[in-house]
Design a protein around this ligand. Structure first.
Ligand code: GLA
Length: 385
């Protein structure tokens, strides 16, 4: 789906020209998993897979949404909507609802969208939709929102309207991403720094397990509660501790006996993962991709045995790469229980890598593995006609 195709759809549905096109990219996260809601660090980037949203104001107060890929549509009044039974609609309604709560005046609008972000693959198509919708509304209705305000409103839409208690990473990456750069985000202060990830010798390859377990949302919220349970225990001993970000590893280890085993393992993983982001940034600055790859494997190991958010398919995909000299590192990416693995692969061997992985996955699970080489791109962009 290209921007031009989305514009064509818009014209055929509404019989008028759109006013704007929004490119809203998906994201990857190089390292720093489940650290955003623990107010630690993450290292995401916007990618070349995006949703194209074509939008225009209406003369009435109606919302008309059309998803090209799902071949589905929605229509309602802008001042009189509720949560829909269609999940894709709620990402769009959620940000309108939150913008209205802040007193912004949104009028009737037509939205047609389609894209190339695989759904349920852990590439944050939902955050892209939310960020893109807000960036579009910002332009059409002159809301005067800064990029950071768009990020925060998008997260509120997802937390309060959609009901997924996600952290801030996905929308931050989708809005703030820059081509050939990763973004080191401090999820407590929201300070961030871009630095280059521009290596001629390596490629980032996603292997989409095509698994999306239904427990992902409920288990995600459970992990959050387990981390909070750990923080409560630590806070009683050291009142200045407000999140796992504030907890030194030594302290987690020394207080092990006070924690339920599961809570101990969750906290240990998060604290170590926050430390890994710091090390990852240092090794990236000196272009030590071998060391970076080892950190990815360490993350997966923690996700598998301590945070327990992986599944047989993603564990297999990561394990398989350990026998492949062309792979520097691999790990499951995103919320968990399926989705994509992220692989750091020597560029000259990408075709061989993909062929081997596809064959192995088919032989073991009888499933077709889709692989995508991704490049790092700019965040949300709005183009006016
Ligand atoms: C999902 C959430 C993010 C983040 C990741 C795990 O993608 O939306 O906020 O917590 O899981 O790192």
């Amino acid at each position: 789906m290209s921007a031009a195709a989305a514009v064509g759809f818009y014209q055929s549905i509404f019989g008028t020209k759109p006013e704007i096109t929004v490119r809203a990219p998906g994201r990857i996260n190089l390292i720093g998993e489940h650290t955003d809601y623990n107010l630690g660090f993450v290292l995401p980037a916007a990618i070349d897979k995006a949703i194209w949203m074509v939008m225009g104001r209406r003369n009435d107060n109606e919302l008309h949404f059309h998803s090209i890929d799902l071949n589905d549509r929605y229509q309602n009044e802008v001042d009189n909507f509720r949560k829909s039974e269609k999940s894709w609609v709620n990402y769009l309604l959620g940000v309108i609802s939150e913008a209205q709560r802040d007193g912004f005046n949104i009028g009737g609008v037509n939205v047609v969208f389609g894209g190339e972000i695989p759904l349920g693959a852990g590439l944050s198509s939902s955050a892209a939709l939310e960020s893109g919708m807000l960036a579009g509304l910002n332009e059409l209705f002159c809301l005067g929102l800064s990029k950071l305000e768009i990020v925060k409103l998008a997260q509120r839409g997802e937390n309060n309207f959609v009901g997924m208690n996600c952290g801030i990473m996905d929308m931050f990456a989708s809005v703030m991403g820059q081509a050939r750069q990763v973004l080191r985000l401090d999820c407590r202060s929201l300070d961030y720094e871009h630095f280059p990830f521009d290596t001629p010798e390596h490629s980032l390859v996603l292997c989409d397990s095509a698994v999306k377990h239904s427990l992902v949302d409920s288990e995600y919220n459970t992990r959050r509660r387990e981390c909070e349970a750990g923080v409560q225990v630590f806070h009683k001993i050291m009142p200045e501790i407000a999140s796992l970000r504030d907890v030194p590893l030594d302290f987690v280890l020394s207080e092990k006996k006070r924690l339920e085993d599961k809570v101990f393992r969750r906290c240990k993983f998060v604290v170590e993962e926050i430390m890994r982001v710091d090390v990852a940034c240092k090794v990236l600055k000196i272009n030590d991709f071998e060391a970076f790859g080892q950190l990815m494997y360490a993350t997966h190991n923690g996700l598998q045995y301590e945070y327990e958010v992986t599944c047989a398919e993603t564990d297999f995909l990561v394990e398989k790469t350990k026998q492949m000299p062309e792979v520097l590192g691999a790990r499951q990416m995103g919320g968990g229980f399926g989705g994509c693995t992220l692989n750091l692969v020597k560029k000259e061997a990408v075709s061989e890598f993909v062929a081997n992985m596809v064959a192995a996955y088919d032989a073991n699970f009888g499933l077709k593995l889709a692989c995508h080489v991704v490049s790092l791109e700019d965040g949300v962009e709005v183009k006016r006609y």
